[in-house]
Design a binder for this molecule. Structure first.
Ligand SMILES: Nc1nc2c(ncn2[C@@H]2O[C@H](COP(=O)(O)OP(=O)(O)OP(=O)(O)O)[C@@H](O)[C@H]2O)c(=O)[nH]1
Ligand SMILES: [Mg+2]
Length: 378
């Protein structure tokens, strides 16, 4: 199962209580206060790791709870700190903080509510009402699946990068901190602070240099197979690829770059036709897109129509996608219909860079690999 977005609840540990205690020892009268401090609560920490490629662990364990700190003890013994909870997530995980659900918010004070309601009845703020209406009219961009009121907190891209999602609560001070010249027997200590908590949305956006995009059956997986050691499933029916896959292409001279193969998109993908277009999130970070076209039109479609429709679907997902450099790989050039189709395609789109390939028989692959290298490494 490939999970690329998940909602989690995280709670850091509470700080331990400070202790109220007095030194009691034979022959030491009035030994003074000796209550120790509470320990710090454990934090919930996210750590990016390149050993993972999806969020399945958080799908099965969506509650990330760190340990509380221990309470302080007599003889100035501090409580042990709670252990941090380190949660490994794949590189490319974007974290959003979600608003707290209404049922978890503390109950409002009934008296306070009555007062504010009374005030609101007296004053009508027309400006605010107009602003609200405007806000309703502007739609959230389609690419943002988390809702408008979610707040972006971090983007974990580098292996080993850590982010403290919820900080542990500080431990309370023991009573020996509160001794003074006027109060030598303080009978109070601090309580521990509560740890941070919240609901979060984790979204994985895979990190690759080149993104392959095209209709189902165009030959994206065949191409990934030809240029890298990745072994995606290849079959002559649409939607063979069901989740994204990354291949590493190794060039002579130690240069390497990554290529991402995603499921095929079809006309209307932004209305959830086919597999929808949500997996386009995985090519959002790619530097360059490569649109793969079945130039032979084996599935009875015209390659230029495919090209326009793919551009349209990319734009519907996120207009910024069109700002990325893109090139076209004309696949299946071994088929008879491909030659004339390519001539027509070039006439219709003279400004588009087209590379001819036959992914299934490794023809034209070195040229394409070199072109990808220029885009990814230069
Ligand atoms: N004739 C010919 N067939 C090809 C070529 N490249 C790929 N194919 C065939 O096209 C079919 C689809 O290939 P895939 O690589 O699975 O296509 P895909 O774009 O990954 O398809 P989805 O995963 O369904 O989106 C397979 O039967 C391949 O053998 C080519 O250069 N020439
Ligand atoms: Mg495929």
């Amino acid at each position: 199962m490939f999970i690329d977005q998940v909602k989690v609840y995280a709670r850091a540990g509470h700080g331990g209580r400070g202790c109220v205690s007095f030194r009691r020892e034979a022959f030491v009268p009035k030994g003074g206060p000796d209550g120790g401090d509470g320990g710090r609560g454990g934090s919930v920490i996210l750590e990016a790791s390149h050993d993972l490629n999806n969020l399945i662990a958080q799908f099965y364990v969506p509650r990330l709870i760190a340990k509380n700190g221990n309470h302080g003890e007599g003889q100035k013994k501090s409580g042990r700190g709670g252990k941090d909870l380190i949660v490994k997530v794949p590189c490319g995980t974007v974290v959003w903080k979600l608003p707290t659900p209404a049922e978890e918010l503390p109950e409002p004070d009934p008296e306070l509510v009555q007062n504010t309601e009374g005030e609101q009845a007296m004053v009508i703020d027309f400006d605010a009402a107009a602003e609200e209406e405007e806000a309703e009219e502007t739609e959230a961009p389609a690419a943002l699946a988390v809702g408008e009121d979610a707040e972006l907190v971090t983007d974990l891209t580098e292996h080993g990068q850590q982010f403290v999602l919820c900080a542990g609560g500080r431990g309370g001070k023991g009573n020996h901190h509160f001794a003074s010249s006027t109060n030598q027997t303080p009978r109070h200590a601090q309580p521990g602070e509560p740890g941070g908590e919240g609901h979060y949305h984790l979204e994985l956006r895979l990190m690759a240099d080149i993104g392959l995009v095209g209709y189902p059956n165009a030959g994206k997986s065949t191409l990934l197979n030809a240029i890298s050691h990745a072994k995606p499933k290849i079959a002559p029916y649409p939607f063979t690829t069901l989740h994204p896959q990354i291949g590493v292409v190794e060039m002579d001279g130690w240069e390497r770059y990554t290529v991402c193969d995603i499921p095929g998109i079809i006309e209307g993908a932004h209305f959830n036709v086919g597999l929808g277009h949500a997996f386009l999130r995985h090519i959002r970070r790619c530097r360059t897109l490569c649109i793969i076209l079945d130039m032979a039109g084996i599935d009875d479609r015209e390659p230029w129509d495919d090209y326009e429709k793919i551009l349209y679907e990319l734009e519907q997902y996120d207009p910024d996608m069109l700002a990325k450099p893109h090139l076209v790989a004309a696949n299946k050039m071994d088929e008879q219909a491909a030659g004339p189709n390519l001539t027509e395609f070039r006439e219709r789109f003279p400004e588009v860079e087209v590379l001819e390939i036959m992914a299934a028989i490794d023809e034209g692959i070195p040229g394409l690999k070199e072109r990808f290298r220029e885009e990814a490494c230069d």
